[in-house]
Design a protein around this ligand. Structure first.
Ligand code: NAP
Ligand code: GLV
Length: 318
């Protein structure tokens, strides 16, 4: 088993459309490309695992990868099912993912701020009612997470005229963004927000972070009503408290892409709420062709003995 100049790659795309991924992976310059669902796979060379929401059994079957590459930005789907990881875990940072997230977050903030659900309801009733909505410059949007996604969304929201704040684990000094960090910085970050937008990864520290007290801390001076957008991870939100906040009016509305359990349970109250837009974890979905190009760069770096830039810090969990 010598080191192959062209890598052996084993892919599991979980719930995604395998056909599209097979076609995209065909462009990868690999010595061997395995899809375990084709049957018995016994790689005869060191191999890489590429995965999205693969079942635990996949990682139990292939226990000594050179690296595990997530086919998206998040790595919780790997860290949650592989208890001990000895190899590098690489995530995707791609303009393709970031651009989609910017589109989604901009849409969500505008949808809430410009009261699209109210306008739709009035349209259904054929009601022509004059209204003047606050300009974006009166509205403060807070981004939980100021990473690749958070920073790009901050710029886009600023370009639309919003006042933007960000919260991260470590202090940031991004020009133009009011930055807060750590648990101690959270109350000051939340106070004064009209719209809270979550772009945090799911980690031991962030899970269950957002709930009633988070929403209560938002003073919503620009809109007089609090809104929530979740495009990070569902696990970071205490979902029953979110539902209660939407039912009681503590939150005026929400746009939700991610949930603690996906697909969202058919019995969830969130499905039927007029003030909630539910989307099926598609805010920034992985485009197979774009993502495979990033996989190729990561593997090339690893084969050259370099640590790819997007290798996660396992201690921090993201
Ligand atoms: P990233 O670059 O790693 O950024 C993560 C951000 O979260 C960083 O600013 C980090 O702080 C902050 N953070 C992490 N732990 C924290 C903590 N305990 N307290 C405060 N801040 C904390 O990740 P990204 O590429 O922006 O992606 C973010 C997440 O978006 C992904 O992990 C994934 O869950 C989600 N996502 C969702 C979709 C979708 O379709 N819905 C698509 C792509 C990504 P520091 O800056 O201090 O490190
Ligand atoms: C999607 O949720 C991702 O993490 O890329």
């Amino acid at each position: 088993m010598g080191v192959s100049p062209r890598p052996t790659v084993i892919v599991n795309v979980g719930p995604w459309d395998v056909k599209a991924w097979r076609s995209a992976f065909a462009a990868l310059d690999a010595d061997a490309l395995f899809w375990p669902e084709d049957g018995d796979v016994t790689p005869d060379a060191p191999y890489y695992l590429c995965a999205w929401k693969a079942p635990a059994g996949f990682f139990q079957r292939f226990t000594e990868p050179k690296a595990i590459i997530s086919l998206g930005a998040g790595v919780d789907h790997i860290l949650d099912v592989v208890p001990e990881i000895r190899c590098p875990v690489v995530r995707i940072v791609s303009p393709s993912l970031t651009a989609r997230m910017v589109e989604y977050v901009s849409l969500a903030v505008l949808y809430l701020h410009r009261e699209v659900p109210l306008l739709r309801a009035r349209q259904r009733r054929k009601e022509w009612i004059d209204m003047i909505q606050p300009q974006a410059s009166a509205v403060t949007v807070g981004l939980l997470g100021l990473g690749v996604m958070g920073q790009a969304c901050a710029k886009a929201l600023q370009a639309l005229g919003y006042k933007v704040r960000g919260w991260s684990r470590t202090p940031h000094d991004d020009p133009g963004i009011d930055s807060f960090s750590g648990k101690e910085g959270l109350p000051a970050f939340l106070s004064g927000l009209d719209v809270l937008c979550n772009l945090l990864p799911a980690t031991a520290e962030t899970n269950g972070l957002i709930g009633t007290s988070t929403f209560e801390a938002m003073t919503c001076p620009g809109l007089g009503v609090r809104y929530f957008v979740n495009a990070g991870r569902g696990e970071t939100v205490r979902e029953l408290e979110l539902i209660a906040a939407l039912e009681t009016g503590l939150l005026g509305g929400a746009v939700l892409d991610v949930f603690a359990n996906e697909p969202l349970d058919a019995g969830s109250a969130l499905w039927g709420m007029d003030n909630v837009l539910v989307t099926p974890h598609v805010a920034a979905n992985s485009d197979p062709v774009a993502i495979v190009a990033d996989v190729a760069s990561a593997i090339a770096a690893l084969e050259a003995g370099r640590i790819p830039a997007n290798t996660i810090d396992r201690e921090n969990g993201y």
